[in-house]
Structure formats: structure tokens, C-alpha cells
Design a protein around this ligand. Structure first.
Ligand SMILES: Cc1cc2nc3c(=O)[nH]c(=O)nc-3n(C[C@H](O)[C@H](O)[C@H](O)COP(=O)(O)O)c2cc1C
Length: 177
């Protein structure tokens, strides 16, 4: 029986494409008989920066469930949109609000990046890898880069055969990781 995977949709932007990509991964996991659950950063409480970090960590009702899942989960798939050549600040703030080191030590993560431009989140994933490694999480070497996302998705589906193949390979490797 494979571990449940938590899929983190790495932005709180309304109508985020990242959430669509998170659902695509959830479908692939389901096809392979593996349970997964999406943690959507759009569900962070509006006041989480002011009321759920630092001395308020662990006290905000609206973040308790997410913190618990990140503490208890063992495998995480991060969907990482490229914002100004890196990953979104809200994702770093989310990480800063988690239980350290229990949410990270010895955990495993896989990353998929997406961007409108040609990088496919390659730098964003590199930056996130540094942070996850620092915190004690192992990151799968195979990272999927979904460049030109606007041209390669339609109605919530990826229309690029190579992208779909890369996702499938990455999921297989992540399940054995
Ligand atoms: C604040 C912000 C910064 C962005 N910076 C970049 C960038 O540096 N390079 C790029 O190719 N696309 C950039 N984009 C476009 C996003 O990568 C693209 O819209 C992608 O779909 C974002 O994922 P999302 O829909 O989940 O927010 C940016 C978008 C936003 C909202």
C-alpha cells in the first residue's frame, strides 16, 4: 500500500492554473491506485500573514488542518508557478507557518513547475529545492517543467503529449522514491 500523497497547489491566486495542474496530478495518482489530497493555498485564511505566523503559529483555526496534514504527511507533490523568476512568496510564507522540523525531516517531495514563459519554473523549483533540502526534505531529481503553459493547456487538460509523458514518468519515480 503506497503512502497518501499531499499535492500542494503553490499559490493563492484566484483562478490559478496551478490548481488545475494539481487536479491533473491527482487524476494520475488515482489511475495508479494511489490516494492523494490537494492542499490549495487559496484556502489559506485571508489574515494568515498577520494572524497565523510567528507568535500566532498554531493558533489560527483556519490553518490548523493544513498544518496537521503537512506534519503528518510523508510525501508531497508541490505545484510551483513561476512568479518573478522564483516561486510565489505566499508559498514561502506557508512554509514559514508550518511546524518545524516535524513537517520536513525525512519527508519526500516532487516538484512540477509552470510558467507562461520559456523557463517552466526551473529557477523557482531550484529555489524551493534549496529550502526543502535545508529543512530536511528529500527532493526527487526528476522535475517537470511546464513552460508556455497557456499554449499547452485547454479546458483543464494538458494538450502537449511530451508534458503528459513527463508527468507520468515523474509520478512513477515518485511512487518508488
Ligand atoms: C506575480 C506573477 C509573476 C509572474 N512572473 C512570471 C515570470 O517570472 N516568468 C514567467 O514565465 N511567468 C510569470 N508569471 C506568469 C505565470 O507563471 C503564469 O501565469 C502561471 O500560469 C502562473 O500560475 P498560476 O496561474 O497558478 O498563478 C507570473 C505571474 C504572476 C501572477
Amino acid at each position: 500500500m503506497k503512502e497518501k500523497i499531499y499535492i500542494i497547489s503553490g499559490t493563492n491566486r484566484e483562478a490559478a492554473v496551478s490548481l488545475q495542474v494539481a487536479h491533473i496530478y491527482q487524476d494520475v495518482f488515482e489511475r495508479k491506485g494511489v490516494e492523494s489530497e490537494i492542499i490549495d493555498l487559496q484556502n489559506l485564511p485571508d489574515d494568515f500573514i498577520a494572524a497565523a505566523l510567528y507568535s500566532n503559529a498554531g493558533t489560527h483555526e483556519g490553518m490548523k488542518d493544513m498544518r496537521k496534514k503537512m506534519k503528518e504527511g510523508k510525501k508531497f507533490l508541490f505545484v510551483v508557478p513561476e512568479y518573478n523568476g522564483s516561486f510565489p512568496g505566499v508559498l514561502k510564507a506557508f512554509i514559514d507557518g508550518l511546524i518545524f522540523p516535524d513537517s520536513f525531516t525525512g519527508k519526500k517531495a516532487a516538484l512540477v513547475g509552470l510558467s507562461s514563459g520559456i523557463q517552466g519554473g526551473v529557477l523557482a523549483m531550484s529555489h524551493l529545492t534549496d529550502i526543502l533540502n535545508y529543512c530536511g526534505t528529500h527532493v526527487l531529481a526528476r522535475k517537470v517543467k511546464l513552460a508556455g503553459i497557456g499554449k499547452n493547456m485547454q479546458n483543464g487538460e494538458i494538450t502537449n503529449d511530451l508534458y503528459n509523458q513527463l508527468i507520468d514518468w515523474q509520478v512513477d519515480e515518485f511512487l518508488d522514491f
